[in-house]
Design a protein around this ligand. Structure first.
Ligand code: SF4
Length: 119
């Protein structure tokens, strides 16, 4: 049976087909072929979410995995990320969790945590 994937590598969103013999069609570039091969063997996703902070004015801050991690690890990764509480000011790109679940991928801050000046 032919399988259909929607390539998410770029906004074109090609519908890529893989037939029983493994022939790939519908992709408008080579990256779509690579994407589908990865989806069939080891699908990965970038995780974007938020973590808690101790600051009332910024109760949550956005984070993401710097690269995609295996889809099968996303729930475990979310459990770890949900345990994080930021207790100091941090800049965008600073590491919140290093090498999450031994994937070699860091979770980094995507929103600066800077408290308002108290006058
Ligand atoms: S196959 Fe190529 S052109 Fe089509 S969505 Fe994927 S990356 Fe974009």
């Amino acid at each position: 049976m032919t399988k259909e994937f929607i390539c998410i590598v770029c906004p074109r969103g090609c519908h890529v087909l893989v037939d029983d013999a493994g022939n790939i069609s519908g992709n408008q570039c080579k990256r779509g072929e690579t994407y589908v091969k990865n989806e069939m063997t080891n699908p990965k996703r970038v995780v974007t979410t938020t973590v808690r902070t101790v600051f009332e004015e910024i109760p949550r801050a956005s984070v993401k995995t710097l690269e995609a991690i295996p889809k099968g690890l996303i729930y475990q990764a979310m459990d770890l990320i949900n345990q994080v509480v930021i207790t100091k000011e941090m800049k965008i790109g600073e590491v919140v969790i290093e090498n999450i679940l031994n994937t070699g991928v860091n979770v980094v801050l995507t929103k600066e945590i800077k408290r308002k000046e108290v006058k």
